[in-house]
Structure formats: C-alpha cells, structure tokens
Design a protein. Structure first.
Lengths: 125, 813
C-alpha cells in the first residue's frame, strides 16, 4: 500500500524540494497551496501523513491544524508541522494546535524523509 | 415686870449661894482666917458681881454681913461699932462696894463690845462682797457667807488655812509680794486698792477677782481684811464685747474688701487676712470646689504659718476626709461649728495636726455662687467653745456678703467678657471691611449711608462727609439708575440681589462693577449691606485664566499624547524586535531551505551523477549555507537569552547517547583535519536530569571550537562525575563534568576574560582564518548558567586549551 503525503505549503521551491525528497522515497505527494484547499483535500483523500507549513495565506497553519483535528475521520492521520518558525513557543503552539510532530526548516535532505516516516503508524511504515 | 422679878430672884440666889459657900469656907479655914474673917466674903461679892450681875453683888454684901456676924465673929463682936469687928464690917462693905463698881464698869464695857460685835457680824453676814480676815501669818481667821459661797467652802473648813490656797497658782507669787508690802504704816487704811487677781475655789475652779486689803489692829495683834469681788462674769462680758467688736471690725474690713476687690482671689485673701488680723481668729481659709477631684482646694488663707493647709485634704463627699466642719458645711449647705476639735470623732484625721497648731474649735460657712455652694470659709479659734451665737451670726453675714460679691464678680466677668467679645467683633468687622478689595457700604432703607470702607472713598473720589449726605443712586449714571433702584428694592423685599452696573466716580470716570446687596437689620432698622467688585479687571483676569486653562489643557493633552506614543513606541519597539527576529529567522530559513535542500539532493546524486569537481564545489555551497544557518541560529539564541525568553526544560535523559551523537556529528570534521577525537567516558550511571537539547548544543559548540582551532594533534572529551563526600555541605551537589581538551593554538591569558563575551573572537586578524560568529562561547556560558552549571577554561598559548563544563546531575534548582 502506497504512502500518501498531503503537503500544504505555499512556497513553490519548498513544495518542490519536499515533494522531490518524498517521492524519491516512494511517497505519493499531493500538494495544496493554502489551508482551505488543504483541508478539502485531506477530507477527500485521507492521506497517510499531512505536512503542514505554518505561515500560510488566508489561514495560518495553527488554524488549519485545529480544523483538521475537528474531523474525526482524520484522527489517525499524523500532522507534521514543517516550519521556519523557530522562536520560543512555536513548537509548543504547533503541538497544541493538534500537530503530532515539528520539523524545523531548513530541512536536512539527508534526514527529512526518515523523520517524516517516523510519525507514520507502524503498519503503514 | 416678870422679867425684873426673875432677875431679882436670880440675883438673890447668886448672893445666897456665894455667901453660904464663903461662910462654909471661912469655917473650914477658921484657924487660917482668924485675922481676916471676911476674906472669903470679898471673893463671894466679886464673883457674884462678875457673873451674877450687879444686883447679885449688892445682895451678897448684906448677906455676907449677916452670915459673918452670926457664924464667923464672936458674940461680942456682933454689930457693935467701934470694935474691931465693926471696923472690919465697915471695911468689908466699902471694899465690896468698890469691887462691885469696878465690876459694873467692866460688865457694861463688855456688853457694849458684845453689842458692837454682834452688829458688825450681822453687817458682814449681810454683805454681798466676800470678806475674809486673815492674820499676820496669812491664815484665815474668818470669812462671811458671801466668801463661803464664792470659795465654795464653809468658814469652819477655811479657818486656819493659808489664804494662798484660795489663789490661783500662777498668781501666788504676786499675792505674796502684795502682802509683803503691807506694813504697820498702812494700819487702818486700805492697803491695796482693787487689785486684780485670780482666785481659786475649793473645787479648783479659778475665777477672776478684784481684791481690796485693809489692815486692822486689835489686842496688839493686827488683822488683814480682804474684800474680794468675783468679776468673772464681768470679765467674760468684757471679753465677749471685745471679741464682738473685733469681729465687727473684721466684718467691716471684709465689706470694704468686697467693694474694693476686683477679683475673687484678692477678696478671699483679704477676707481671710481680716478675720485673722482683726477678727482674732487663729487661722482662716477658703476652700473651693474642685469638681473633678471631689475636693475642697484651699485658694486663700491666712494664719497658716506652717503649711497646714497644703497638706490637708478635704473631701466633698461623705467619707473620712469629708466629715469635718468644712466638708459638712459644703455638703449640707449650712454653718457647721465644731466646739472642740480635739474630741470630735469626725476630726480624727486632722487631730494631731490641729493639736500641734493649738487649734481647738472651728466654724465653717458655705459660700455660694449663683445660689450654688461652691466653696467654704473656715475659721479656727484657739479655745474650745469659742463660737457663740452672736459671732456665728456675724460670720454668717460675712459669708453671705462674700457670696454676694462672688455673684457680682461673676456678673462683672460676664459683662467684661461680652464687652471684650463685642470689641473684638467690632475690630474684626472693621478689619474685614477695610481689607475687602472692593467697595463695601452700608445704608438704610432711606438710602442714608451708615458705614463704608476706605476703598469706597478712594474709588468714588468723595469724602466721608460727602458720602454721608449722598444717596446710593448718585453713584450711577442716569441711564442705569432705574435698574439699580429696582435691584435695591429687591434687596429690601427679597433679602438679596445683585447687579452689574457702572460705578460713577466724582470725577465722572466710570468703571464696570458687580454689586451684591444683602438685607440686614441693624439697630432695628432695615439696612442694605453692599459689596462692589471692579469687574473690568475680573473680565481681563477671566480671559487670561480662560486662555491659560485652554493652553494648559492642550499642553497636558500634548504631553499625554507624547508619553502615550513614547510608550507605544517603546512597546512596539519591543514587539518590532521580536517580530523582526521571527521574520528574519523565517525569511532567512526559507531560501536556506532551498539551498541546503537542493545541494543535498544534487550531492546525493538523486538528480543524476556528478563530476568530482562538481561534488567539491557543491559541497562548499552546502558548507557555506550551513554556516549561514548556524549564524542565524546563534543570533537567534543570543537574542532569546538576552530577552530572557530561552526556557530550560529539564528532564531525565541518557547522557552517554547524547555524547555519542554529538561526537559522531563532529567526527567527519576532525577526520577531515586528520585530528584524533577521543572520548573518555567514566560514569557508572548514564542518566542526567537537564535540558538535553541545550547540553548537546553546548557540547557541540565546544567540540566544534576545539576542532576549528586545532591543526595538529587532536581533541579529547572527558566525561566524569563528582560526588560530594558524606560530610559535604548541602550546597555541594553531585555534578557531571564535561572536559574538552585540544592541542590547538591556545588563548593568551589576557584574552581569557574576553572569551565568553558575545561577538568577541580572539585576535581578530587571526580569526579570519576561522569561521564563526563569535557567539558560540557566549551562548555556551549563558546556557550552562541557565542549566545551573559552570564553564571555565585553562589554556596555554600555542599548546592548547581545556574547557570544563560542570552540570548538576539532578538539574538546576
């Protein structure tokens, strides 16, 4: 069974980088450029993991995470915040909003996919 | 007749009896009396004449002749003249007659004396004066009934006693001297004329007496007759009179004092003084009621020579110290007399003191103020029972006069107070009126000015005399008189009114004024009190004030705005800084994400194979990008630390794993420089409670530095621990020690101090060879401190350095 990652990221380069790395490790990557379309896609596809940028247009990542977590169908889907917010409390805020993990940008291409995979439930890994 | 018959009979009996006895005697003594046969009859005649009376003597002669003839003479000798017996008989008759006549004389003399004695005695008995007769030795011979009464002694008791027994002891010396002076020259005359003396009755009682002494002589002995008069009543009457007259004098002095004294104290002192000096009392004082202390406090006294009063305490209550005359008089409101203070049980508390001062009796008189008893006048005398009705009446009069004066004083005091108050009020209102800045005036309902202040004259230009003749409306222009007039009417009708009008001065100048008038009754006349204020100045002032207020308001507003914006700026600066750091961090990371990410992808060959030269160059790109990321992270760290925002999250973790991970991460760099990298780990327990991330960051920093500044040799990391001894101080705790030693360039001693400060890379010129932000050690030090540990360095230039970090094994407290 293929692993599907929903990537919610507005920066094109970042989106490309992450998609490249994930796909090269066998992930199917679906991208959304804003929170609302991301939420819609998540509801529609039920991905294996959701990678969520925090600084997004219209609705920020925290709101998106909260919205996603209100959908019981997505209870088992891990949400990993991938963000360049590195100020004190950013990690805590992300976890409080419903994220399961937190990866600081810039991402390390050597370890990024492995880190993401860590958050997947074991049977899908 | 009966009496004379009886006398004749008694004479005959005397004659018979005596002649018979004489005959018997002659017969018995016949041998002896042969030569004088009538010898015994001579004696019989003399005895009968002396004791039986003249008649008995005469009867004895013939009887003696008859009995002598018959029994004593011989028969031939009987009644024959010419014989010897006849001669003897004749001789007997003649001699007997002579004897009888002598006896007659004697008897009549005696009878006369006896009669005169009886007469004298009856005179003496009836005499009012005591008459005492004493002899030269001054023993009493006789005394009359008056003397008996006077001396309380019967004549029989008195006779033989020395007269001195009836003279008072202290007068005896004087009387002795008096008697001594008596001489025979004084015989029959009054030797001493009415000498005053103190007599002493048998009962021991003494009394004043007047005595006249007369010397008499009788039977070659002289007598002294004393005529004594008891003058005690007279003396006491005189003394009473003297006392009363002194008291009258004192009373008149007191009344004088009442008229002259201006205050209570003066009156009291003078009254006490008069009572003692003129009234003859020992002491006088006035106690005044101290309500709080329930005491009568002496406020005036006289005659208190040894401060009796200052030590005496008189209570107004019915208790031990309040039952003397003074306290009683105060409480009961009437005169209180103590006849004998030494025996009155109520005076027990003061008895000793009174005795010492020879004060025997006292009288206390309440003093009233407005009908209420407020004080007590007490006077003392030196003898018991001194106060008689008349004295008491006089002293009561004095007390009542003093009370009357007190009421007057109090009325006078009230009057003076009221007067002074009125005076002060007057001065005050004058001062008020004069000190008023505007004009003040006062006129009656007819518009006649009664009073005004000086300003009114100054500002109007009119003199006081002119104003007195003017009407209030004359100070206004014709055009305004109606308005002002109606306002004045308002004042009298409604009580008060005000008006703005132009004040017209004598010189025609006009000034805008604001007048207020108030109705008041003065001397039972309705009047108007008015005040006028120059409002031209007020208007100017108001404008100025308004301007000032406005400008002040805008100034305050400006300043408030400045402060507010300064605060906003300060707050926003803070926020801006945080936002800037967040943004910078974010914005720098985003491009770095691409750079590092894609170089990584390319270097991994994921995008296709690379030429060795390309791999080398891309590696440089990646290193630079990583360095840039370190830089960003360091700046962010130091900012967070400086802002106090960096938080430590201690939890238990495996130190050995952390050490391995960090060492492994720097191992490629050490290998690249051909440096050895050794770890000497000597701990039994691998866990530590601290912030894992920060511990690793610190260790990484130190290892990076060591590798960076070392070109030969290697880097050694020692991890060990210290455990405090059993007797270590509480503050001393188990610590973990991380020691990074290198064989690098070392640090100059003078630079060591600068080492841990931010942005200081030692030897700027040299450091260019070494990449770095210069923040690493500063961050290390702050982190270690936050973790509750220490960091230190030992170094030798050119030989290497040793950085030592100690961390508490159980986390910071």
């Amino acid at each position: 069974m293929g692993k599907t990652a929903l990537l919610i990221e507005d920066n094109e380069q970042n989106r490309y980088l992450a998609t490249f790395l994930l796909e090269s490790e066998g992930y199917t990557v679906i991208s959304a450029t804003d929170g609302n379309s991301g939420i819609a896609l998540a509801r529609e596809l039920s991905p294996s993991v959701i990678l969520l940028d925090i600084q997004l247009p219209v609705r920020n990542g925290y709101e998106v995470a909260e919205e996603l977590r209100r959908n019981p169908a997505l209870d088992d889907v891990p949400i990993v915040a991938v963000t360049s917010y590195a100020m004190p409390g950013d990690r805590e805020k992300a976890l409080a909003a419903g994220c399961n993990g937190y990866i600081e940008k810039p991402i390390d291409p050597d370890t990024f996919v492995a880190e993401v995979t860590r958050y997947l439930p074991s049977e899908t890994a | 007749m009966l009496q004379s018959g009886e006398r004749i009979g008694r004479a005959l009996l005397w004659a018979l009896f005596l002649t018979a006895v004489a005959t018997g005697g002659t017969k018995l003594l016949s041998p002896v009396s042969a030569n004088a046969p009538f010898g015994a009859y001579y004696i019989a005649v003399a005895v009968a004449g002396r004791f039986g009376g003249n008649l008995a003597g005469l009867f004895t002669i013939p009887l003696a002749l008859l009995l002598g003839d018959y029994f004593v003479l011989s028969a031939n000798d009987r009644l024959v003249l010419g014989t010897d017996s006849l001669t003897a008989q004749a001789m007997f008759v003649m001699v007997s007659a002579i004897v009888l006549s002598v006896i007659f004389d004697l008897r009549s003399q005696e009878a006369k004396t006896r009669a005169s004695e009886r007469k004298l005695s009856s005179i003496l008995d009836a005499a009012i004066s005591a008459v005492i007769t004493i002899d030269r030795r001054q023993s009493i011979i006789s005394m009359n009934p008056a003397a008996e009464t006077m001396l309380r002694c019967s004549q029989s008791e008195a006779i033989g006693k020395p007269i001195e027994d009836f003279i008072a002891e202290d007068h005896r010396v004087a009387s002795r001297r008096c008697f001594k002076r008596l001489s025979r020259a004084d015989l029959g005359r009054q030797a001493a004329k009415s000498t005053a003396i103190r007599g002493r009755r048998l009962t021991g009682e003494e009394f004043p007496a007047e005595i006249s002494i007369t010397i008499l002589e009788a039977d070659a002995d002289s007598f002294v007759t004393l005529i004594v008069r008891d003058i005690s009543e007279h003396v006491s009457r005189e003394r009473e009179l003297a006392r009363l007259s002194r008291l009258y004098e004192a009373l008149s002095e007191i009344n004088q004092a009442i008229v002259q004294s201006r205050d209570r104290t003066d009156l009291f002192n003078r009254a006490c003084r008069s009572l003692v000096k003129s009234g003859g009392f020992r002491m006088a004082w006035i106690g005044w009621h101290d309500v709080a202390a329930q005491r009568l406090v002496p406020i005036a006294d006289f005659g208190d020579s040894d401060n009796y009063l200052s030590n005496v305490e008189i209570s107004t209550e019915d208790e031990l110290y309040g039952r003397g005359p003074t306290g009683t008089a105060f409480r009961e409101g009437h005169t209180c007399i103590c006849e004998d203070m030494l025996s009155d049980p109520n005076l027990r508390p003061w008895r000793e003191a009174l005795q010492r001062r020879q004060l025997r009796s006292s009288a206390a008189f309440p003093l009233r103020l407005g009908g209420v008893i407020e004080g007590v006048l007490t006077v003392y005398a030196h003898e018991a029972a001194f106060f008689r009705d008349k004295e008491i009446a006089l002293l009561e009069e004095a007390a009542s006069d003093i009370s009357f004066a007190l009421d007057n004083f109090s009325r006078e005091y009230e009057r003076q107070k009221a007067q002074a108050y009125a005076q002060r009020e007057n001065e005050f209102s004058s001062a008020m009126i004069e000190s008023m800045p505007g004009i003040v005036y006062f006129y009656d309902s007819n518009g006649r000015f009664l009073r005004w202040n000086r300003n009114f004259e100054t500002l109007s230009g009119y003199s006081g005399d002119e104003i007195r003749e003017m009407h209030p409306l004359q100070f206004f222009r014709a055009a305004e008189r109606e308005l002002v007039g109606s306002r004045i009417e308002d004042v009298f009708a409604k009580g008060e009114a005000s008006v703005e009008a132009t004040f017209l001065a004598k010189d025609g100048s006009v000034t805008p004024y604001f007048f207020t008038g108030r109705h008041m009754v003065f001397d039972s006349r309705p009047c108007l009190v008015g005040v006028g204020i120059d409002i031209s100045q007020r208007k100017v002032a108001e404008d100025a004030l308004r301007e000032l207020n406005e400008s002040l308001e805008s100034k305050v507003a400006d300043r408030t705005e400045q402060l507010r914006s300064a605060l906003v700026r300060a707050e926003s600066a803070d926020r801006t800084k945080s936002a800037f750091l967040a943004t910078m961090s974010h914005e720098l990371r985003t491009p770095l994400n691409s750079i590092i990410g894609f170089t990584g992808i390319v270097l991994k060959g994921l995008a296709g194979p690379l030429l060795p030269e390309q791999t080398k160059q891309l590696g440089m790109v990646r290193n630079s990008a990583r360095h840039l990321l370190d830089l960003i992270n360091d700046v962010l760290d130091i900012s967070k630390i400086e802002a106090g925002e960096l938080q430590i999250r201690p939890k238990s973790f495996d130190l050995r794993e952390s050490v391995d991970r960090v060492v492994n991460s720097v191992r490629p760099q050490a290998a690249a420089k051909s440096l050895s990298l050794d770890v000497i780990y000597s701990r039994s327990d691998d866990t530590i409670v601290s912030d894992q991330r920060r511990v690793e960051q610190t260790l990484l920093n130190l290892l990076n530095n060591a590798i960076k500044f070392t070109d030969r040799g290697g880097v050694t990391l020692r991890v060990d621990e210290t455990t405090p001894g059993a007797n270590a101080a509480v503050s001393e705790r188990a610590t973990v020690r991380l020691q990074v030693a290198d064989s690098g360039i070392g640090i100059r001693p003078e630079d060591i101090e600068q080492l841990f400060k931010p942005f200081r890379q030692i030897d700027t010129g040299l450091s260019r060879r070494h990449e770095g932000t210069g923040l690493g050690l500063a961050i290390c030090r702050r982190l270690v401190e936050l973790l509750g540990g220490t960091i230190s360095v030992e170094s030798e230039l050119g030989r290497g350095s040793v950085f030592t970090v100690t961390l508490p094994m159980k986390g910071s407290v």
